[in-house]
Design a binder for this molecule. Sequence first.
Ligand SMILES: [Cu+2]
Length: 157
Amino acid sequence: MKTKLALMAFAASIFAFGAAHAEIKISSPKSYETAEGMQVGMSGMTIENTGDVAEKLVGATSPVCDHVEIHEMKDDNGIMKMRKVEDGLEIPAGGKLVLESGSYHFMLMGLKEPLKAGSTIGIDVDFASGEKQHVDVPVVSRMEKMDHKMNHMDHHD
Ligand SMILES: [Cu+2]
């Protein structure tokens, strides 16, 4: 047992002071409230790689739904279409990936209950390196989304 702990500490120190690695910072997490009976929810966040090697977003999990998919939303001849991203999304060293509605986003599939504005849900974000980051994601109202688009000059504190 002691040997195992010592080995783990040794491995951790190599990781911390050793070779180049990706450094992931997640900001602006957000999820939108859902109506009663809706099976899916949408979540966005900004994932920044401040490290010196590329990292790849490969997926996420959340206790509020059955599973989480990475989606891409695209304008296809005037029709917004979503498709599932199968191979993950690379975030180059020094790069940034913005997940938001209308672009890449997380789709929460098989919601266990409606997402309520004002509440917070947990999403664990997984990367190809094996890194996992827990994110507390506030649920905002649909109105807030429209507000944001329509009143850019409005200042909210
Ligand atoms: Cu989607």
